[in-house]
Every structure is written in structure tokens, then in C-alpha cells.
Design a protein around this ligand. Structure first.
Ligand SMILES: [Zn+2]
Length: 108
């Protein structure tokens, strides 16, 4: 009996892991999920609030902004300046990077 309950629990945990991995893969394809597909914003000051307002990709929980840095992706003719915000879920601890671009910003 006890063994069966453990087996069921293990199966449930495996299913949860699979679901989480699938959600993370999906999030990577959505805007902000990769340097090639950053979320376009017009002001640097809204990057962190925007990142914090996005629910955890794995569980839908609240995330907190860990770090925020500017990085350059790609080389040669078309280097791309991207803001990378590292967020961590308060609920499940999942961490991920969210990518933003300020290309749409008006020149100042
Ligand atoms: Zn989470």
C-alpha cells in the first residue's frame, strides 16, 4: 500500500517536472524568452517593473528581479544591445532570463 502511494507520488512528480519543462520551453519561444525575441520597450525605467509583472514561466507565481544588465548579442555587422533581466520565482524558485530591447525608444 505504502509502496503504491510512493509510486503514484513519484509519477506525479515526474509529470510535474515534465509540465514545468514544457512551460519553460514555451516561455523561451514567447516575447522576452530569448535575445532574438526581446520585448520592445520605450524606456529603461519600465524594464524591471515589466519583468516583475510577468508571472513565473513554470508555475505562474510572482517573480522578483535579481539582476538587470545590458548585454550585446551577435557579432559583426549586426550586434544587438539587449537588456537582460534575471528573475527568480518567489513560489517555486525557478530562475530565468527575460530579454528586453530599447530599440523602439525615441532618440533623446
Ligand atoms: Zn514559479
Amino acid at each position: 500500500m505504502a509502496k503504491r502511494a510512493r509510486t503514484i507520488r513519484r509519477e506525479a512528480e515526474r509529470a510535474t517536472d515534465k509540465l514545468r519543462q514544457a512551460r519553460m520551453k514555451l516561455a523561451a519561444l514567447e516575447p522576452g524568452g530569448s535575445p532574438a525575441r526581446p520585448i520592445e520597450l520605450v524606456s529603461a525605467s519600465v524594464i524591471e517593473p515589466h519583468a516583475a509583472s510577468m508571472p513565473c514561466a513554470a508555475c505562474g507565481g510572482t517573480v522578483r528581479v535579481d539582476t538587470h544588465e545590458a548585454r550585446t548579442f551577435g557579432a559583426g555587422d549586426a550586434p544587438k544591445r539587449v537588456r537582460v533581466v534575471h528573475v527568480r520565482c518567489v513560489a517555486c524558485g525557478t530562475e530565468r532570463d527575460v530579454y528586453f530591447s530599447l530599440d523602439a525608444a525615441l532618440p533623446s
